[in-house]
Design a protein around this ligand. Structure first.
Ligand code: PTT
Ligand code: SF4
Length: 602
């Protein structure tokens, strides 16, 4: 099939061995790319191992749309067995590395083993080297990015970790270009465990597409359509921060460790405040609607802000100043810590202090204390030793019922949406295949604009449709979903792009089928690797069922547990899974996953 570089690059750091393999036609047809390629490889090759051992593998995978001349295509998936959750984990990063990788002649890179010394990987077309990185070890991601750009050129694609990843902090992520982050479920720690500081990619070739002329024409029309969209102008002013005011109005802003859904100081830090503080814009390659808003942080340094980061490092920890939030955000970027999990860990510790279950005194909104906590978490010191493994790990250490307000599912911290009054979004967090991420089904906007408090089967069906499009298609294609989500860019463009690139006609039905195959394989992977895995893993935290907010639109509202369980049962039924959430043999067989069903039953 056209549109792929056609090769997998495999690097064994223990042996210092580098090899190239063909990617089969059936892999492309059945799994498309990105997340699809990653889970297939991880299912086949990563079995019953410690995620931080040299037996684990980390995958950097593009899809047929990545890096192409079409809107917001500069994305790539980073995946591995997660040290934070124990199951499959991945993240989606916008980076020049995505564009360079395909031009260098590879669709994906798999890194296995462990280097003896700190190292980095240099990929220059067919020339691949493992290089010494002792001088880079210990450097933050901004410093290391500068050094690597000086050596290899500003335009190189660079993926790297900060000290948090080196210290094997399970909430560490992979960074690129001083502000792009990907791999929430501890992908930074997996790189750290391999002594791999960075991957630097420079590609000079071209991608062998089916019809370049048509792609150019369609790509141009796509960019034009985006610029003409009604919401484009407002999006360019506020980006993802347009969600802040909306969440507060609707009682779903994460506030005081998700106790509340409204923040009394929200007007001091919403999208309109961001507009006033905005000094610059940043984003991913190939994008015409760049969402990274730069402001001056509390120390006058440049820092990038997104809604999730502001929600989790602002109201969730009681902080009310955008420049202060920006400073914490920048620290997280430098350390290579995931901002969502970081905000959740800090909020959890502040609540633990308030309840007196830890002796330390840390007040809500204490900026100095929050900075100290970022350093301690990144360094694995002090209170960082308690939360280095996320809030699930911390609640297991503390006990005293703290699991009820440890805001996570499957071990991954919940992103910035309080769901006391959003049962559909709670189910989305519950059933997300990597743990509580919003990436697979952001059903909350649809839910609030339709029948918010219903627990209907229609809502469950809608959730699956979102998962098929977002978690299935966008994660495997692999391109940014924000043109569709935020400015209503037409979904009908994507089969056209795929056809011009690959030469194959694929309908949305075909793409849904690929998405279902990917979801079932991820679910099977959880079951194979985590033997007790089952229904309980899809449970949102008790707080949403037991402790309603005391203020705002959602005052007194909580999720009805019985009705949530009914929705979950419908979800399993619609997916073809049993009552414990395990894929049925006939479901796997129908998707061509017969070997998987045999292995699961054995
Ligand atoms: C994503 C998660 C998000 S989702 C945000 S803000 W968001 C946080 N950003 C972080 C950050 O910044 N620094 C940091 N140290 N940690 C961070 N953790 C958080 O990571 C991101 C954008 C955004 S901004 C979103 S919604 C969309 N996500 C996409 C996705 O998942 N898939 C896809 N096909 N397209 C997407 N487009 C948008 O990309 P994870 P990025 Mg990200 C500073 O990584 O692990 O998936 O978690 O990649 O290049 O930064 O773009 O309001
Ligand atoms: Fe990257 Fe934002 Fe553009 Fe998406 S919209 S490609 S996340 S800059």
């Amino acid at each position: 099939m056209k549109g792929y570089a056609g090769k997998l690059l495999r690097v064994d750091l223990s042996e210092g061995k580098i090899s190239k393999e063909e990617i089969s036609e059936s892999m492309k047809k059945d799994f498309l790319g990105g997340r699809g390629f990653a889970i297939k490889l991880i299912w086949d090759e990563v079995k019953k191992i410690d995620p931080l051992s040299e037996q684990n593998k980390i995958v950097f995978a593009t899809g047929p749309l990545s890096g192409q001349l079409l809107p917001s295509s500069g994305k790539m998936v980073i995946a591995s067995r997660s040290p934070l959750t124990g199951g499959y984990g991945d993240g989606n990063i916008g980076t020049m590395a995505s564009v360079h990788l395909k031009k260098a002649g590879y669709d994906m890179v798999v890194v296995e083993g462990r280097a003896e010394r700190p190292s980095y990987l240099l990929i220059e077309d067919g020339n691949v080297k493992i290089l010494e990185a002792s001088d880079l070890w210990g450097k933050n991601t901004f410093e290391a990015q500068d050094i690597l750009e000086k050596i290899h050129g500003r335009n190189s694609g660079i993926l790297l970790i900060g000290p948090a990843g080196e210290n094997l902090i399970r909430i560490s992520t992979v960074m690129s270009q001083k502000g792009r982050a990907g791999g929430r479920p501890g992908m930074g720690a997996v790189m750290g465990s391999k002594n791999l500081k960075a991957v630097v990619i420079k590609g000079t070739g071209s991608i062998p597409n089916f019809d370049d002329e048509k792609l150019k024409q369609f790509g141009k029309k796509g960019y034009e359509e985006i610029k003409g969209k009604e919401n484009y102008e407002f999006w360019m002013r506020q980006g993802t921060m347009q969600a802040f005011e909306w969440c507060n109005e609707n009682g779903c802003l994460p506030t005081y460790n998700f106790k509340e859904g409204v923040f009394e100081f929200s007007k001091e830090m919403d999208g309109y405040v961001l507009e006033k503080l905005h000094i610059d814009r940043k984003g991913c390659p190939m994008c015409s609607m760049q969402c990274g808003h730069i402001i001056k942080d509390a120390s006058a340094k440049r820092a990038e802000l997104d809604y999730e980061n502001v929600g989790m490092l602002g109201p969730n920890i009681g902080l009310r100043s955008l420049p202060q939030v920006a400073l914490l955000n920048r620290m997280a970027d430098e350390w290579g810590l995931d901002t969502i999990s970081l905000g959740s860990c800090i909020g959890f510790l502040m609540e633990a202090s308030e309840r007196g279950v830890i002796p330390e005194k840390i007040g809500w909104g204490d900026f100095e204390a929050a900075q100290k906590l970022v350093r301690e978490i990144g360094g694995g010191e002090g209170l960082g030793k308690l939360v280095y493994n996320g809030v699930r790990g911390a609640s297991e250490i503390i006990g005293k019922g703290s699991n009820r307000w440890a805001m996570q599912v499957k071990g991954l911290e919940i992103s910035a949406y309080n769901c006391h009054g959003c049962p559909g979004m709670a189910l989305s967090f519950g059933t997300s295949p990597i743990g509580a991420s919003h990436k697979d089904a952001w059903i909350i906007a649809w839910e609030i604009s339709t029948d918010r408090f219903s627990y209907s089967k229609e809502k469950v069906q809608k959730l699956i449709e979102f998962q098929r499009i977002r978690g299935g298609f966008f994660e495997s294609a692999t391109v940014c979903r924000l043109p569709w989500v935020e400015v209503s860019f037409g979904l009908d463009w994507y089969p056209k792009y795929l056809e011009a690139i690959t030469g194959n006609h694929m309908s949305w039905e075909d793409l849904y089928q690929i998405g279902d195959r990917i979801y079932n394989l991820i679910r099977a992977y959880w079951k194979r690797e985590v033997p007790r895995f089952g229904r309980a893993w899809d449970d949102p935290p008790d707080r949403w069922f037991e402790e309603p907010p005391s203020q705002g639109k959602m005052k007194g509202v909580k999720i009805d547990r019985k009705k949530y369980e009914q929705m979950l049962s419908w979800y399993y039924e619609l997916r073809g899974w049993d009552e414990d959430g395990i894929p049925l043999k006939e479901t796997l067989d129908q998707l061509g996953l017969e070997e998987v069903s045999r292995e699961l039953i054995m």
